[in-house]
Design a protein around this ligand. Sequence first.
Ligand code: PLP
Length: 205
Amino acid sequence: MAADRSELALAPPQVIAVSKQQPEEKIRAALEIGHRHFGENKVQEAQKHWAALKSQYAGVTLHLIGPLQSNKAEDAVALFDVIHTVDRPKIADAIAAACIKQHKIIPCFIQINTGEEEQKAGVSPDGAAALIDYCRHVAKLPIIGLMCIPPADANPAPHFALLHKLATKHGLKELSMGMSADYETAARFGSTYVRIGTGIFGSRS
Ligand SMILES: *Cc1c(COP(=O)(O)O)cnc(C)c1O
C-alpha cells in the first residue's frame, strides 16, 4: 500500500449519499435517520426532489457531482450548496456570475480527468494548475479541493494518489474521491468526501 491512514493522520471522510435515480421514499428514509449530505448529478432531476425536501429538512448540504452546462449554472447555484465539477473557465465564470447575482457563496471542487479519458469530464492533470489559478484569481470562486472519477476498469489507487498529490501541491484541503466500489481505497489516500450511491440506496432505477 502506497499510503496508509495512520501515516497521513486522516479523519474519516464525509459520506455523500448519492440519491440520483432513487425513489423519493428512499431519500426520505435517509433524511429521517439524520443523514444530511446528498449528491445529485443532474440539475433538473435534483430540482424535482430537492426543491421541496430542502425546505422540509433543515441542514441539508446538496452536492452537484455531475457535469454542469453554463446555461444551467443559475439553477445549480440556486439549489446546490457545493459544486464538485468545475472543469473549465467558462463554467467557473458562469458559477461565479450566478453566485454574485444570488448573493451566494458556493464552495467548489475542480474535477480532474486523472485517466485522461476522451469521453470523461474534467481538466487534464497538466491543465490543473492553470485552471486553479483562473478560478482563484480571475473568476474568484472559492475552490476548496479536487474531485476525480477513476476509469471504470482501472486500479483506482494511482488516480487517488495523483489527486492527493495535486491537491497538496496547490494547497487544497478537500478531496472528493471514492464511490461504492472503491471508497476504502480512496479513504486510505486521504479522501475527505466519498460519494456513495448504490452502497447506500441499492441499485438505481
Ligand atoms: C453515480 C455517481 C456516484 C455514486 O456511484 P455508486 O457506484 O453508486 O456509489 C459517485 N460519483 C459520481 C460522480 C456519480 O455520478
